[in-house]
Design a protein around this ligand. Structure first.
Ligand code: SF4
Length: 343
C-alpha cells in the first residue's frame, strides 16, 4: 500500500480531484499530517467517514514499524530502530542538548559508501528511503515531543546513508520539512551531511542555498582518505574542495567540515598543517570529532591532548574549529555507530 507521506501537494490535490473532493480538502489532510501529526485516518474528524474509509483503503500514514528504542542514562539521547515492511532497518536519533532538540535522520537503509570506521557502511546498502520514509522519522519524534509541549528545533541528515546518492527523494523531503504550511522547520536549522560528491554539492547550492552543508573530510591527503573512504578514489579531495569553494561562492554560506580524529593516523602535527593549507581563506568551520569506537574498525580515538594540539595549529591559521564529542555513544547512537540493531 502507498504511504500518503510520499505525496507532495500537487499529487495529493490530484488524488483528491479524482475522488471528486472539493479543492480545499487537501489542506485539511496536509494540516492533519504535518501540523497535528495524526497517525491514523480516524483522527481526521473534519473529514467524512466515507472519505476516511477511502483514504484508509488507498494509503497508510506510517511507512514503518518501531521495533525498539534505547535511551542514554542521562535521558538526553534517544535512538529508535524502525523496520520497513521488507524488514530493512532505519535508525533515527533524538538529541536534547544546549537548548536544542535535534533529530538525526537517515536517508538510506544501510549505506553503499563503506567508510572503514562506520558500522552503517559495513551493512552495505539495503535500499534508498522514499521522501515519506525520511519525513516519517521526523513526525515520529514530533508526536512524542508534542505530548511534552516541545518541538524539534534542528534536523541533521547524518544518520544512515549518503543523502546525495538518493537525491531526488532527499530533495522532496527537504522541501516538505521546510514547508510553511506543514512541518515548517527553517532551512537554516537543517543540515545535510555528505561524504562529498562534487556535482551534487553544486546542485545542492542551487536547490537549497539556505540549508547547511557539512562535508566529511576526515583526512588531509588522498592517500589517507582513501584508506577511510574508498569512494575518495572517484572523488578526490581537490575535486571536493573545488566544489565546496563554488558552493560558498553561490550561497555565501559557511561550510562545516567533519574531521574524525584517529590516533596516530590523521592527527599528527603535519596533518594539521596540511589541513590548514587546504582550507586557507575558506568560509568554513571544522568539527574535530574523536572517533567513536565501533566493532567495524580497529583504529583508536585520538587522546584529547593530541586533539587540542591539532586544534591549535588550525586556530593559528585562523580556521575556526570546535572539538565535538559525539552524543549518545553509550547507546551506540554516535556518528558511525548506527548498525541497524540496538545491541
Ligand atoms: S560515514 Fe556516512 S557515508 Fe560513510 S559509510 Fe557511514 S553512513 Fe555511509
Amino acid at each position: 500500500m502507498k504511504c500518503i507521506l510520499d505525496l507532495d501537494k500537487e499529487q495529493l490535490r490530484h488524488y483528491l480531484a479524482t475522488t471528486q473532493q472539493p479543492p480545499y480538502r487537501w489542506q485539511q489532510i496536509w494540516h492533519g499530517l504535518y501540523v497535528s501529526y495524526f497517525q491514523s485516518w480516524q483522527e481526521f474528524s473534519n473529514l467524512s467517514q466515507d472519505l476516511r474509509k477511502e483514504l484508509e483503503q488507498d494509503f497508510s500514514i506510517l511507512p514503518f514499524t518501531q521495533i525498539s528504542e534505547v535511551r542514554s542514562d542521562d535521558g538526553l539521547t534517544h535512538k529508535v530502530l524502525f523496520q520497513l515492511s521488507n524488514k530493512n532497518p532505519i535508525e533515527t536519533v533524538l538529541m536534547q542538548y544546549d537548548q536544542r532538540i535535534s533529530v538525526c535522520i537517515s536517508s538510506q537503509s544501510g549505506c553503499p559508501i563503506g567508510c572503514e570506521f562506520c558500522a552503517t557502511g559495513k551493512m552495505g546498502l539495503k535500499q534508498n528511503l522514499s521522501s515519506g520514509e525520511i519525513i516519517a522519522q521526523i513526525l515520529y519524534f514530533s508526536r512524542m515531543l508534542k505530548e511534552q509541549d516541545l518541538e524539534i528545533t534542528n534536523i541533521v541528515m547524518m544518520g544512515m546513508g549518503e543523502p546525495f546518492l538518493n537525491y531526488s527523494e532527499v530533495q522532496n523531503a527537504l522541501e516538505r520539512l521546510n514547508d510553511h504550511e506543514g512541518i515548517n522547520i527553517g532551512a537554516r536549522r537543517i543540515t545535510l551531511s555528505t561524504i562529498g560528491i562534487p556535482s551534487q554539492i553544486l546542485q545542492f547550492a542551487i536547490d537549497f542555498p539556505q540549508t547547511n552543508l557539512a562535508v566529511s573530510l576526515h583526512a588531509p591527503t588522498n592517500h589517507q582518505r582513501e584508506q577511510l573512504i574508498p569512494i575518495n578514489k572517484k572523488y578526490p579531495i581537490e575535486e571536493i574542495l573545488k566544489a565546496v569553494r563554488e558552493y560558498i561562492h553561490i550561497t555565501n554560506r559557511r561550510v562545516t567540515f567533519e574531521y574524525v580524529m584517529i590516533n596516530a593516523f590523521n592527527d599528527n602535527h603535519e596533518d594539521a598543517l596540511l589541513l590548514a593549507e587546504l582550507l586557507q581563506n575558506m568560509l568554513c568551520h571544522v568539527n574535530l570529532i574523536p572517533m567513536n569506537n565501533t566493532t567495524a574498525f580497529s583504529g583508536l580515538p585520538s587522546p584529547i591532548d593530541r586533539i587540542q594540539a591539532f586544534q591549535k595549529v588550525l586556530t593559528n591559521h585562523h580556521i575556526p574549529t570546535t572539538i565535538r564529542f559525539s552524543k549518545g555513544t553509550q547507546i551506540q547512537a554516535g556518528c558511525g555507530q548506527l548498525a541497524g540493531r540496538l545491541s
